[in-house]
Ligand binder design. Structure first.
Ligand code: ASP
Length: 418
């Protein structure tokens, strides 16, 4: 076990990763773009390794998880709990953001012209709640797998797993054995990839620091601070409280069990790319069953994004403040609601949150060249903020999985640091 207490500290994964991160920051600062160009590809390679296993891992894990849950009633109950948790925690995150952006008011007197503009990446975003629902059902499962359309894949895997659960014994055994074995193999592969974590993290952080630098932060410092304060509050206060109250779980133990996954979330800026590591940690360290982890985590990575939800609210209100608008309670309520929807619609990839902010801005009628200019400046400093909100996204998913596992009678969950 990599966290065997008898190992010297430098042979334990989380220390190696922390050292890699520090080395990455120093290398990026000292050598700048040159280091990013030389080393960047190693980070890309690591991301690709993680992405490579997502589709087969999610398919195998959900199908084997759902097939083992059994028939309709159990799935219904698990689904209800999962969805309830997602909405509850994301709404709390938005409210935390709303509070801090109204108290700190970072948009007052901000000079956006001082920052460098960036082009927004082209990303498909759902236009309306109806589009969101239509997006869930894939036209073609192979196509969905090819496009890494996670919601489509999850939907197919759930209904397919449910179909297996009601088959006659003989066929059911063949298929559950097959998918259980496939899932085991994917987890092995994940463990193998995690061994390269320190190298991957070093390259990703060097690349980030080498290309982004820290200068652009000046003009947007108060906005970045507000967001960081909100995210920290949700991460260190709200989610731990939820863990304690709903799950009777010690936040310290849960955090310690999840630290590898949180580091990967931070380094990759993508809940999707982190998913294999999250699943590994929730099953092997937190100790949740595959049936709960497989059901809650893949969906959580795509749908449950507390950090992003908080960011949508802070970001949109920041833009309104810069433009001199004071939003009333009704408009702020609209921001809360659309921030929640935007976070559900955001893909689990880097910068996705900033792209869907337009959903929130449209809802309060903020559009036009000035708005694009402010969003462009926000993009200039988005990477580190994106890294942090991804950590919060992943942490909320793992808290949800642990709480739901406990509520299903799994008393071993987070009983100790593993
Ligand atoms: N990068 C975030 C994630 O993958 C999404 C976002 O941009 O907010 O979780």
């Amino acid at each position: 076990m990599e966290n065997d207490p008898n190992r010297p500290w430098y042979r334990r994964l989380h220390w190696q990763v922390l050292v890699a991160m520090a080395l990455g920051i120093v290398t990026g600062m000292v050598f700048g773009e040159a280091a990013a160009e030389r080393i960047g590809w190693i980070g890309d390679l690591f991301m690709q390794l993680l992405r490579m296993i997502i589709v087969p891992l999610v398919l195998a894990s959900i199908i084997s998880g759902v097939a083992s849950i059994g028939g309709g009633r159990d799935i219904g109950r698990l689904f209800g709990k999962t969805l309830g948790y997602y909405i509850f925690s994301s709404l709390l995150a938005v409210v935390v953001g709303l509070f801090f952006v109204n108290v700190i008011r970072p948009g007052r007197g901000t000079d956006i012209t001082a920052t460098e503009q960036q082009e927004l990446p082209e990303l498909a975003t759902p236009g309306s709640p109806v589009d969101l629902i239509l997006d869930v059902v894939p036209e073609n499962i192979i196509g969905a797998a090819g496009a890494a359309d996670m919601l489509g894949i999850i939907f197919f895997a759930i209904v397919f797993g449910a179909a297996i659960a009601v088959l006659p014994l003989q066929s059911r055994t063949v298929l559950t054995d097959l998918f259980d074995a496939l899932f085991e193999a994917m987890m092995r592969l994940t463990t193998g990839i995690i061994a390269f974590l320190p190298i991957g993290v070093f390259a990703l952080i060097t690349n980030m620091v080498g290309t982004t630098g820290f200068e652009a932060f000046g003009a947007l410092a108060l906005y970045a601070t507000t967001l960081a304060v909100g995210l920290t509050f949700h991460f260190l206060v709200t989610l731990p409280l939820i863990l304690m109250v709903l799950g009777r779980i010690s936040p310290r133990i849960h955090f310690a069990n999840m630290r590898d996954a949180l580091v990967v979330a931070f380094s990759t800026s993508s809940s999707g790319a982190t998913l294999p590591v999250t699943m590994n940690a929730v099953e092997k360290k937190v100790g949740a069953s595959n049936r709960v982890a497989a059901f809650t985590l893949p969906m959580g990575a795509t749908v449950n994004m507390d950090g992003t939800a908080l960011f949508e609210c802070v970001g949109a209100l920041f833009i309104a403040q810069v433009l001199g608008f004071d939003l009333g309670p009704l408009q702020q309520a609209l921001v809360v609601l659309t921030a929640l929807l935007a976070s559900i619609g955001a893909a689990a990839i880097p910068s996705a949150g900033l792209v869907v902010i337009f959903i929130v801005l449209e809802a309060i009628n903020l559009r036009g060249p000035e708005v694009n200019l402010i969003v462009g400046s926000m993009l200039a400093i988005d990477r580190p903020l994106d890294m942090y909100r991804t950590v919060v996204n992943v942490f909320s998913d793992s808290c949800g999985a642990a709480i739901i596992a406990r509520s299903e009678g799994e008393i071993d969950v987070d009983a100790e640091v593993r």
